[in-house]
Design a protein around this ligand. Structure first.
Ligand code: GLN
Length: 489
């Protein structure tokens, strides 16, 4: 397989050997822990998208904050290593560590026996467990027995899901797994599910922030949170985390971090107060970042797509069957498969094959440009073919070569005729860029999701980004039409 795996396994073997030596050795064990991370060594740490108060976006800056984030950053600083946080979603974060795409995961992850088979955990840093919550105004559910025939939701790959599934058979209800906390809470509020199973510190925090839920059953105890690495890999990272945690607990830093989030929850509200204009104001830093990402990835992808469209478009009118065939296969593949499949493939699949780390921007550009390129190929082909062949013949009979005739006579007319379709494709590509939120690309809709996951003002946030998309697309279309008139008059 790929390199990281192999070195990982090698490291595991070394670590095991090392441990054995320690066991054979003497009391020196306590000091002769795995070597400390090299000064300035960088680790990729995966986390959930939103699991407030452990990881969530600061609604006013768009920065990832929370107990987990503060712990990780403080410990890294103290122990002299660097971290690059990747906010992927819970299930995806676990997979990233298993596949070697991330070095560790901190995501309010419960230490369980099953997980210990695949992960090595730090010392526990937070006591937690699962609880059920229902809509605040729901009077029909007051215990598990009221769930018969109903649907409940929980997060994919989580202990909440495992607990719900354990109860489902006895109490005869259906469990649906969802990827994000915000979606789970929304499903309960809009009654597509009657209850959510989630960790109680997180539920308590959300309820305090006004997420519109309430708890009606007892906590299901068990499940302390730990920082994790893939089994046998990065032992020095776990050791450094443990050292840092112990230090933070001793010097009060740990308690300070907890207080800064849990204390704030008690005061309630935070950024979630105010009317819609204040909400726009508070979220503007994050939203404008998202808007910038949306526009820049669209522009970069579209320029590449235009080049692809021109190349393959001309290939499609080639006299060579092979050349035509290649272009047709390209178009067929990208028109015949969903964009999301390619986004996942480029972001999760390709790095696994090549061993290179996934890059969300590049994966996004590849996805959008190849997709739009396929449609532009057809637009270019159609444009050229719509020019009366007599014109090419006429140009050539006047002594112009094929290239010249194309350039001077056919292409200008083709461009003019194709322009509306090209602009249309630009708008489609901009809208499609929102799909990239699924691979964690921080575009406009992603930012909105992150914000409403923390402040629970879902409807308003969606209206705000809807208006933003609309304004940008209208401006872009207007601009493109001006260019069109200038160029093609
Ligand atoms: N503590 C739960 C688990 O480990 C949920 C974690 C989360 O949703 N981020 O399964």
């Amino acid at each position: 397989m790929h390199k990281t795996r192999r070195t990982g396994r090698l490291r595991a073997v070394l670590a095991a050997g090392f441990a054995a030596t320690l066991l054979l050795g003497t009391a020196a064990a306590a000091t002769a822990a795995p070597p400390a991370p090299a000064e300035g060594q960088k680790y990729v740490i995966a986390t959930d998208t939103t699991f407030a108060p452990f990881e969530f976006r600061d609604p006013s800056t768009g920065d990832l904050i929370g107990i987990d984030m503060d712990l990780m950053n403080t410990i890294a600083e103290q122990q002299g290593f660097e971290v690059e946080i990747r906010s992927l979603g819970f299930q995806a974060a676990l997979s990233a560590v298993q596949s070697g795409q991330a070095d560790g995961v901190i995501a309010g992850m419960s230490i369980t026996d099953e997980r210990k088979e695949i992960f090595d955990f730090s010392e526990p840093y937070f006591e937690s467990g699962v609880q059920m919550a229902v809509a605040a105004d729901d009077t029909s559910i007051s215990g598990y027995e009221d769930l018969a025939g109903e649907t409940v939701v929980a997060k994919s790959g989580s202990e909440g899901l495992a607990e719900a599934e354990k109860l489902a058979e006895k109490y005869d209800f259906t469990v649906k797994a969802l990827d994000q906390s915000a979606t789970m809470y929304e499903s309960v509020k809009n009654r597509s599910a009657v209850a959510v199973f989630d960790d109680y510190p997180v539920l308590a925090y959300g309820i305090d922030q006004g997420n519109g839920l309430k708890v009606v059953t007892e906590k299901i105890p068990g499940g302390e949170y730990g920082f994790a690495v893939a089994k046998g890999q990065n032992p020095e990272l776990i050791a450094a985390f443990n050292d840092g945690l112990a230090e933070l607990k001793a010097d009060g830093g740990y308690q300070k971090i907890l207080d800064s989030y849990l204390g704030a929850a008690e005061s309630g509200g935070g950024a979630s107060g105010g009317n819609i204009f204040q909400l726009v104001g508070q979220s503007w830093p994050a939203l404008s970042k998202g808007l910038w990402n949306t526009v820049s990835i669209t522009v970069v992808s579209f320029v590449i797509a235009l080049v692809l469209g021109l190349i393959f478009g001309f290939m499609k009118i080639s006299t060579s069957r092979v050349v035509r065939g290649i272009a047709s296969v390209y178009v067929a593949i990208f028109r015949g498969t969903p964009i999301l499949v390619w986004a996942f493939l480029f972001y999760f699949g390709l790095p696994q094959l090549t061993g290179a780390p996934g890059n969300v921007f590049l994966a996004g550009v590849a996805t959008l440009s190849l997709n739009a390129g396929a449609y532009l190929t057809e637009i270019v082909r159609g444009g050229i073919q719509s020019v009366d062949p007599g014109q090419l013949e006429a140009a050539r009979s006047l002594g112009l070569g094929w290239g010249r005739s194309m350039q001077r006579v056919v292409v200008p007319q083709a461009v003019k005729m194709s322009m509306p379709s090209i602009i249309n494709q630009l708008v489609i590509t901009l809208k499609d860029s929102s799909l990239l939120l699924t691979i964690g690309f921080a575009e406009l809709l992603y930012q909105a999701q992150q914000i409403y996951a923390a402040n629970f003002r879902t409807t308003e946030m969606l209206i705000i980004v809807g208006v933003m998309y609309f304004v940008v697309i209208t401006l872009l279309t207007w601009l493109a039409n001006i260019v069109d008139k200038k160029v093609n008059k």
